[in-house]
Design a protein around this ligand. Structure first.
Ligand code: ACO
Length: 430
């Protein structure tokens, strides 16, 4: 890391502070503000952390202006074409792609951790059959903590590694049980003769009385979605996992906090919201009217699946997934009227000055919901699918944070705009 510096001067007092500037390997340099309060008695205000780097990280790099996304230096396009979800998870956690022996060991260890404690299955019964799957997921992920008291010493690298393996291995099992419970179907144990994604489909969709044969096109489509969702730098849910982890919290509770954040429709909940929006539009002839509502500041409608805090160019994941979406629908001979509406909506929005001038492009969620739908995954299960994949990134980022020499609790400051000091008045005098 090379350093230069920036001087910040308080024009009112003439006091200055020299702040070191750190340069990473890519991206904007960052100004280190830790001495600003000490020297000037001021904090910095950056609502929504739009210009604040909250950590150093070597996992994922993205350039929103150029539409670039890389994990550990590997472009997402290459990983999407050539890799598998488990290999990407290994890469995120370990920093390099595995050799054959390392990969075989990794696959084996993930299989060995795929079961959940039998008592955990009873947690599901506490939920109503129609509970939102993200609510159930937040609960059952946190519940995993109760089975591993002896192996969650966050300062022990072996415990951290074991926790990462358990999180990645158990998520498909935990997620599939949510669907099975809501559908009145018996839970299914993992089948270790199957690959990671196929095994997940088996736990989700197999019927107790029938052999289960997965459609390879569907398996590959889901694998691709898992790869594309595995990590995405310091987004809201990842930052939540880091913040919770910075308080030295239990790792499963931290992942549960990530699930809670991902649930929001401005974040992971958008894929579900896209389908609801397309259903609301109903017919191609209603698209223009809907787009007009999204542009109207007096109407709180937004085009779901459009826009991104960081990407001000085409989301590179959306480019990959758009093609996969076409291929899947062609190969499975599905005629999806909803897909037609989506394509027409995309065309109209991309030619509209409102969206062009604000650099609002379709994001990954615009297409992922369409693929999930083609795979018969119910709409309310879309965000848990996202969480399943993102758990690899969450746990990798959590591990990285704990091994950072500068690790300390995250504690933002505030600009207080509330009432000035006043005296308590008895209730009968107010
Ligand atoms: N439809 C219509 N207008 C939009 C949209 C949209 N989807 N997104 C942003 N805008 C407009 C805003 O109204 C604003 O207009 P203005 O400058 O005239 O006031 C301008 O574009 C900038 O928008 P911001 O809200 O400042 O952008 P921000 O970076 O804060 O928000 C976000 C990003 C939350 C993703 C937003 O674009 C959005 O709500 N999109 C729809 C939800 C969605 O798809 N979320 C998924 C994100 S990807 C993910 O989490 C995996």
């Amino acid at each position: 890391m090379t350093t230069r510096s920036v001087t910040i001067t308080d024009n009112a007092t003439g006091k200055s502070v020299e702040c070191p500037v750190h340069e990473g390997n890519y991206g904007a340099p960052v100004i280190d503000l830790k001495n600003v309060y000490k020297e000037l008695g001021m904090f910095t205000l950056d609502i929504g952390y739009a210009s604040t780097a909250a950590c150093r990280s070597a996992i994922t790099y993205l350039d929103g202006e150029e539409g670039v996304l890389m994990h550990r230096g590997y472009p997402i396009e290459q990983l999407a074409e050539k890799s598998t979800f488990l290999e990407v998870a290994y890469l995120l956690i370990n920093g390099d792609l595995p050799n054959q022996k390392q990969f075989d060991d990794w696959v084996h260890v993930i299989k060995m951790h795929g079961m959940t404690h039998e008592h955990l299955s009873r947690f599901y019964q506490g939920y109503r059959y129609d509970a939102h799957p993200m609510s159930v997921l937040a609960g059952v992920v946190a519940a995993v903590a109760s089975y591993y008291h002896d192996t969650t010493d966050i300062y022990n690298p072996n415990d951290r590694r074991l926790t990462a393996q358990r999180v990645i291995a158990k998520m498909p099992n935990l997620v599939s049980k949510i669907y099975r419970y809501g559908s009145g179907l018996p839970f299914v144990y993992p089948d270790n003769s199957r690959g990671f994604v196929e095994n997940f489909m088996y736990m989700m969709f197999s019927w107790p009385t029938e052999p289960f044969v997965a459609n390879p096109v569907a398996v590959r489509a889901l694998e691709l979605l898992f790869i594309l969702h595995a990590d995405h730098e310091q987004n809201a849910s990842t930052s939540t996992v880091r913040l919770a982890g910075s308080a030295e919290s239990n790792p499963y509770a931290c992942i549960s906090a990530g699930v809670a954040t991902l649930w929001g429709k401005a974040h992971g909940g958008a894929n579900e919201a896209v389908i609801q929006m397309l259903q609301e539009i109903e017919k191609p002839r209603n698209i223009r009217k809907f787009v007009d509502r999204a542009k109207d500041k007096n109407d709180n409608v937004r085009l779901m699946g459009f826009g991104h805090r960081v990407y001000k160019n085409y989301d590179p994941r959306a480019k990959i997934i758009r093609k996969a979406c076409h291929d899947l629908l062609d190969e499975m001979h599905l005629n999806q009227p909803m897909f037609e509406i989506a394509m027409e909506l995309e065309r109209i929005a991309l030619e509209d000055d409102y969206f062009i001038s604000r650099k609002l492009y379709p994001n990954v969620d615009f297409y992922s919901g369409l693929i999930y739908q083609a795979l018969n995954i119910p709409t309310n299960m879309f965000t848990p699918m996202f969480a399943l994949a993102r758990s690899a990134g969450w746990i990798a980022q959590w591990m990285e944070m704990l091994s950072d020499d500068d690790f300390r609790i995250g504690r933002p400051r505030q600009l207080y705009i509330g009432a000035k000091q006043r005296d308590y008045v008895a209730i009968n005098s107010r």
